[in-house]
Design a protein around this ligand. Structure first.
Ligand code: NA7
Length: 563
């Protein structure tokens, strides 16, 4: 049963087929669905979500202190801007609620199948469709069937880069008899107040947890392997007056958003390209000054907390209170390497053992293993693991060699170190929905259409961005990060400005694609489809001046009116 291409069949029909399948109902999966619904006639879409709520990483990460490290004013869709964030840097619950609001407002719940984990996707050359095998979890859902197969004409992966927790291979970790949890699988029923706590790792997640837990645990030890650059965040709550103005005087909200976008793009040079620029040096000085000020009682720690690599090589941590937490008497920074975990605590390389009630593993995600653990087989059964044997790569992070009618959001080389990922996700959704619209149109006319990027185009694109990345701060050999492989190849980050990505993605060049199927004539020979971009930054010239003047007026009034 294939159903009418444009719409989902009524009732229980067509359960095992869908014109489009999107894996994941996080920010990118929902954005993709909205774009398809807006830009094409297609209503026959399915979002397969292994969790039981929308939100993706913002539903998974529920640890104390979890917040966004991008300003809230920038962290919402351009078409659904949130104007009443409680804080400049919103917390997890508020972001998850925003994502739920989007799913409700755009009527997406009816397209989502929860408790459904994709295990394998295989392209069927004969039928020109994907066969997607899913496992059903959830006590009741799995009583109907534990697994089944869905066929689809176009498959989109929206699983993101921060999806599967990375567990360290520390000897004895499983032998610990106290409470053990990964930061991305926080047990909200566990009462940590008054407990002796260890936290392994000191990345962005650990810094947020440390700042929060230091307030209520009896003892807290942070196990640091490599120091990070930490700069002040200057977070603040947003007053009711400002919320009112942002909500009811949209130009003020646009102005705030545009200025923040402009600022974020302006720091790209210092964070990604030139670690010796005056701004990069200023940022590092600001980081060291803030650390020494907040950690005034423990000068012995200062040298251990200054990294020996470019700021930007790893994600810069934004925090107003991490070092202040480390300054407290019951909080301890441990830099001796961990040797093993015992039944009761953690032993360092010199044999020193400390006992704990709770060990928090804040060691990040399996970020370079895109789509893990889903097994994908493309054209002629070629495994994706073979296409990606030297590391994940894709054409602008969205389409992959030998994977027909397949798209990715937040795929290889699309992560940013300096700006909001939502800007990238919107550009990707526009682009992919243009490909999808053609496939849907062909199907509606009883034809088939198969699109996959030309290998030479993908290779040229990747050679170009890899050359740029080799010159970026991400490539600093003194640091390893979740952006790159052990051999130094940077698989996760985009080298340029977010605006440059938007511009390069603002047209679909059909000549970049191998086109097959009975409906290929509509696309073959066509040069490009212009899809435009969402301009978030300030345009130069007159508008720049006007918005800047507005921004200054806004800031001055905010200061005098104390909102
Ligand atoms: P990150 O940034 O990947 O940080 C992981 C931390 O865990 C980092 O300090 C690592 O040290 C440490 N780590 C990893 N493996 C080990 C082992 N085996 N032993 C000791 N320490 C270890 O993850 P986060 O969750 O903090 O942040 C991920 C992103 O989420 C963040 O950038 C935001 O964008 C949101 P290392 O530095 O590798 O020496």
């Amino acid at each position: 049963m294939t159903g009418i291409p444009g719409s989902r069949p009524v009732g229980n029909q067509g359960y095992t087929s869908s014109t489009v399948v999107i894996i994941g109902a996080g920010i990118s999966g929902l954005c993709m669905a909205i774009e398809i619904l807006n830009r094409s006639q297609c209503r026959n879409i399915l979002l397969l979500e292994k969790g039981s709520q929308v939100g993706g990483t913002w539903n998974d990460n529920k640890y104390p202190g979890c917040a966004c490290d991008v300003w809230g004013a920038l962290y919402s869709f351009s078409f659904e801007q949130k104007s009443d964030w409680a804080r400049e840097y919103p917390g997890q619950e508020e972001i998850r609620d925003y994502v739920i609001h989007v799913a409700e407002k755009y009527g997406l719940y009816k397209y989502i199948r929860f408790n459904t984990a994709v295990q394998e996707a295989r392209w069927d050359n004969d039928h020109r469709q994907w066969k997607v095998n899913v496992a059903v979890s959830g006590y009741k859902d799995s009583q109907f069937h534990e697994s089944y197969q869905i066929t689809t004409d176009f498959l989109v992966s929206a699983v993101g880069q921060l999806n599967i927790p990375s567990w360290p291979s520390i000897p004895g970790l499983d032998d610990f008899t106290g409470k053990l949890m990964h930061s991305a699988r926080w047990d909200l029923t566990y009462d940590f107040i008054g407990k002796r706590v260890a936290i392994i790792g000191n990345g962005a997640t650990s810094a947020q947890i440390t700042s929060e837990l230091a307030k209520s645990v009896s003892q807290l030890t942070v196990y640091q392997r490599t120091p990070n650059w930490v700069i002040p965040r200057h977070d603040a709550s947003i007053s009711p007056v400002q919320k009112f103005l942002l909500s009811y005087v949209p130009p003020i909200r646009w102005c705030k958003r545009a200025i923040q976008m402009q600022y974020r793009e302006a720091i790209h040079e210092a964070t990604v390209r030139k670690s010796d620029s005056w701004l990069a040096r200023y940022m590092r000085k600001m980081a060291v000054d803030a650390m020494q000020t907040q950690l005034r009682d423990k000068p012995g720690l200062w040298a251990k907390l200054v990294p020996n690599y470019s700021s930007g090589c790893k994600r810069i941590i934004l925090s107003d209170d991490y070092f202040a937490a480390l300054n407290r008497d019951h909080v301890h920074l441990e830099t001796r390497p961990i040797q093993r975990v015992t039944g009761y605590g953690i032993e360092t390389a010199d044999g020193d053992l400390r006992e704990y009630d709770l060990i928090i593993v804040a060691t990040g995600f399996r970020s370079v293993e895109f789509m893990y653990p889903i097994q994908v087989y493309g054209q002629n059964g070629r495994p994706l693991s073979e296409v990606w044997k030297d590391g994940a790569s894709a054409y602008y992070g969205v389409t992959v060699e030998d994977l027909p009618n397949f798209g990715m959001l937040y795929g290889p080389n699309t992560n940013l170190g300096h700006n909001s990922i939502i800007v990238m996700i919107e550009a990707q959704s526009r682009y992919l929905s243009t490909l999808i619209a053609e496939v849907v149109r062909a199907k509606a006319h009883g034809n088939s259409l198969v699109l996959q990027p030309r290998p030479d185009v993908v290779a040229t694109f990747n050679d170009r961005i890899q050359a740029e990345l080799r010159e970026s701060t991400f490539a600093d050999p003194n640091c390893h990060s979740w952006y790159k492989l052990e051999n130094g190849r940077i698989t996760n980050n985009w080298p340029g400005l977010a605006v440059r990505y938007q511009r390069e993605m603002s047209r679909v060049r059909w000549e970049d694609y191998l086109v097959e199927g009975t409906g290929k004539s509509r696309v073959q020979g066509k040069k490009a489809t212009h899809i435009g971009r969402v301009q978030e930054e300030l345009p130069v010239r007159t508008t720049t001046l006007v918005l800047s003047a507005l921004g200054v007026a806004f800031a001055v009034s905010a200061y005098y009116l104390e909102f």
